[in-house]
Design a protein around this ligand. Structure first.
Ligand code: CP
Length: 334
């Protein structure tokens, strides 16, 4: 279970023992946040954060993580680099990766939504960096996966619930005009059943996710003795849920019909909002969301700011899991 030097594109590619190690280090780091040896793990070291898309939590938490580990996170955007693209000549990924490894100990990349022309392009770019860079490449959310979000969701549920095995989570498509990527939802679909959570996925007709990932999620659930169900009946899906999640995601047609047409598809389902009436069907469920939340559309304030909402704990735990991932993949000794 050597984690030093490993890429993290999705939790699906890491053994459960390695994910358990990340979580246990993250809990320790949370408890001893500003204490040695944690504050010196990346002393004098640089982590590159390469953002094709905007971010609030991911940038802030990775930057804070590098600081708290004694190092530095450098913010990079494509516009500040001279990279080759379909439209213009420039530096190749191979050259960029091989130069970055001479300066830093890790490369984080975010690429999704408007920064790609077809689903899978972001994932391919991360894997190209991973192929050429000898230092770890960490997904900071891309079109397919968001491993740091998945781990923060899991850590927060363990923190609040203790054992998560056997608990029911309902993930509901919630209306928004934001046309959001599949990254956070697909990561949870894969990860949480591995820990024995019974997963119910509910969305309006036409808003399915990546079929390969759905099949993998079903297999993960089966291996862990958990259930994985898909329905279009949000009232039935909410019954008995211990955890609820309500977030918009794009339709599978997004990169064929364009963003505006996808927004129009979503508009047909404006009533798909997590309301108190729906929430009352749950088992006093914890509310989770990766944020940013489209309040009043995806979910009502009564739930997002209600007593069972753990959204800010999840946002905080992004910091702790990322510190653990950085420490384990970019330094030796833990
Ligand atoms: N959850 C998440 O990745 O948030 P940001 O888009 O603000 O980074």
């Amino acid at each position: 279970m050597e984690l030093f030097g490993r890429d993290l594109i999705t939790t699906e590619e890491w053994e459960k023992e390695s994910l358990d190690k990340v979580l246990s280090v993250a809990f320790e780091m949370k408890k001893h946040r500003f204490e040695k040896p944690f504050t010196e793990i990346l002393k004098d070291r640089t982590f590159f954060m390469f953002f094709y898309n905007p971010s609030v939590r991911t940038r802030q938490s990775f930057e804070a993580a590098a600081t708290e580990l004694g190092g530095h996170a450098q913010f990079l955007e494509p516009k500040s680099m001279r990279l080759k693209s379909k439209e213009k000549a420039g530096e190749t990924v191979e050259d960029a990766a091989k130069v970055m490894e001479r300066y830093g100990v890790g490369i984080g990349i975010r690429i999704l939504e408007d920064s790609i022309e077809e689903y899978g392009e972001g994932d391919a770019l991360l894997r190209e960096y991973a192929k050429y860079a000898s230092i770890p490449v960490i997904s900071m959310a891309h079109d397919k996966y968001h491993p740091c979000q998945g781990l923060a969701d899991l850590m927060s549920l363990q923190e609040h619930m203790g054992e998560v095995k056997g608990a029911k989570i309902t993930m509901m498509w919630g209306y928004s005009s934001m046309v959001r990527s599949w990254s956070s939802v697909q990561e949870d679909i894969l990860l949480l059943p591995r820990y024995g959570m019974n997963f119910t996925l509910v969305f309006p007709e036409g808003f399915g996710l990546d079929p390969e990932i759905i099949n993998q999620a079903k297999s993960n659930a089966e291996s862990a003795g958990a259930k994985f169900e898909i329905t279009h009946d949000r009232f039935e899906a909410m019954r008995g849920a211990d955890v609820v999640y309500s977030r918009q995601w794009m339709s599978p047609k997004r990169y064929i019909i364009g963003k505006e047409e996808d927004q129009k598809l979503a508009l047909q389902f404006k009533d798909w909002r997590l309301t108190p009436d729906l929430y009352r069907l749950t088992n006093n469920a914890y509310f989770i969301h990766p944020m940013p939340i489209d309040r009043g559309n995806e979910v009502d304030d009564a739930i997002a700011s209600g007593p069972r909402s753990i959204i800010y704990d999840i946002a905080e735990n992004r910091l702790h899991v990322q510190k653990a991932i950085m420490a384990l993949t970019m330094a030796k000794g833990l």
